[in-house]
Structure formats: C-alpha cells, structure tokens
Design a protein around this ligand. Structure first.
Ligand SMILES: [Fe+2]
Length: 268
C-alpha cells in the first residue's frame, strides 16, 4: 500500500519572525521530522501551498535548505501566500505544466495524482481561481487517467466550510471545478487554506483538508476575520492508497501525552 505524506500551510517566515507567537520554521521542522521518522517508507511528500508567509525569496531559500536532504521526493504546490516567480527562482526544478503554472501529474498503478496551482492575482489577493487554461489542463488530466482513481490536490477549497472568513477567500470558480471532478465518482479532493482538519462532500465530490504544522484555524462560524488563528498542535496528513480508493489520516505532533494501553478494556 503506497503512503503519501501531506503537509499544507507551512508559512515559512524570515528568521525569528513569528506568527501568533509561533516560529513556522521550527514548527515545520518538528512536524516534518516526525512524519519522516514514523513513515520512512512513504513514497512522496506533497506540500499543499502557503509554503511561505510573504512569498519572499529568502523564505523559499529557508524551506529549500530544510528540505535539501529529504530522502523522499517532495512535490511543492502554491497557495495565496506564495509568489510564483520567487518560488521558481529558488525551486528551479519545481513542477511545470507547460505554461507558467506549478502543476503536475503523477501516475501510480491504480491512482493518478493531480496537483493544481490555484494561486490567483498579485500578492495580497487571497482568493483562488483556476483560469480557463488551468481548467482545460485539469479536464485533460482527468480524461487521460486511463482508469486510474483521480486524487486531486489544490490549496483553495472549491466549497464552503461554514468558517465565513475563509469561505470569502476560497476558490472563486469552485462549482465548475467540482462539477468536473464529480464526473468520476471515485475522485477524492484534498485541500489546505483553512488550517483545520475537515472532511465532507460537495456537489458529489468527497474531500478532505488538513491542518497546518504551525498555526490553526478557529471553529468560529460568526467572525468574518480570516486571520483568526489558534495555537493548537501542528499536524501532517498521511494518505494510504488502497487498490480501490484512499484513506486519509491526520496526525498531530507536539502534544506531550504518551501512547498508553488501556488494560481495563479490550478496545477503546
Ligand atoms: Fe495558510
């Protein structure tokens, strides 16, 4: 069974610059380290965007240096906090779709992994969009999957979660993307952006999203402030690719509790 480590919303800053009192570099180092330690047999690490906090070249360099000796292939994606040109300046072998977008297809025996670039507009524009060229690319990627199960990764969710601050800056043409994905009922969509572990289905498409290694989103359905954040444990996602589908786990890192056996019960 193929394992894939998924991490999203890393938000690397310049040295000593913190977000709500947390150092994103140290947090990523800790969560990434735990994921590699516990799953050295993973086939791939996917970084689902917001690699940096400000899209600065120095921030991409810090991330590149941290990843340089990763024994597992790393597949980076972009989010609203990224700047494509600065990213490419540092990650010179990054995925390219033939146009300017950071998109890639990876074929496995039973699955087709499709990573999308939902970054839209200049830095500071936080909503995402798949333009006509990227929609055409996705349509072709799905049509040529040759029977493989499509696993699609995009930073911006093309659906609403109820967390209104983030729903206001989700994927602007989400319905069109979902209607395309819904044509294959086996497709599963993975997203970031919200900094929370959430799952559901929308317009016939099953989806899962993961927490950040650093600051997390807040379960608040009233406040429209999209910067609301909380210091909860960082996490990584772990996908198990089964012959007929996918299982998505989320693992918190950084809590102090130890794993224990409940001797008074056969199960929990
Ligand atoms: Fe983020």
């Amino acid at each position: 069974m193929t394992k894939i480590i998924v991490m999203t919303d890393i938000h690397i800053t310049k040295r000593r610059h913190k977000i709500i009192g947390l150092d994103p570099f140290l947090r990523f180092q800790k969560v990434y380290g735990a994921a590699l330690r516990d799953h050295p047999d993973a086939a791939l690490v996917i970084l689902m965007g917001d690699l940096t906090h400000h899209g600065k070249t120095i921030q991409y360099q810090r991330l590149r240096d941290l990843l340089h000796d990763c024994p597992i292939p790393v597949l980076p994606m972009l989010g609203n906090h990224d700047i494509r040109e600065n990213f490419r300046e540092v990650f010179t072998d990054a995925p390219a779709d033939g146009a300017e977008f950071v998109q890639k297809i990876i074929d496995l025996p039973n699955h087709r992994l499709i990573t999308l670039d939902t970054k839209d507009g200049p830095f500071g524009h936080h909503a995402g969009r798949l333009c006509v060229a990227r929609m055409d690319w996705l349509r072709a990627a799905l049509a040529s999957a040759d029977g493989r199960i499509p696993l699609v990764f995009m930073h911006h969710p093309p659906f609403k979660t109820g967390i209104i601050g983030m729903d206001n800056i989700n994927l602007e043409n989400g319905d069109a993307v979902l209607d395309l994905l819904a044509q294959d009922p086996r497709a599963h969509l993975f997203c970031g952006h919200i900094h929370r572990t959430i799952s559901g289905s929308t317009r016939g498409v099953a989806w899962t999203m993961f927490k950040s290694p650093c600051h997390q989103g807040v379960l608040d359905f009233q406040d429209p402030d999209s910067s609301l954040s909380i210091d909860e444990p960082g996490a990584y996602g772990l996908l198990l690719l089964t012959p007929d589908g996918v299982v998505a786990h989320s693992q918190d890192v950084g809590f102090t509790h130890e794993i224990q056996r409940d001797s008074g019960s056969a199960t929990h």
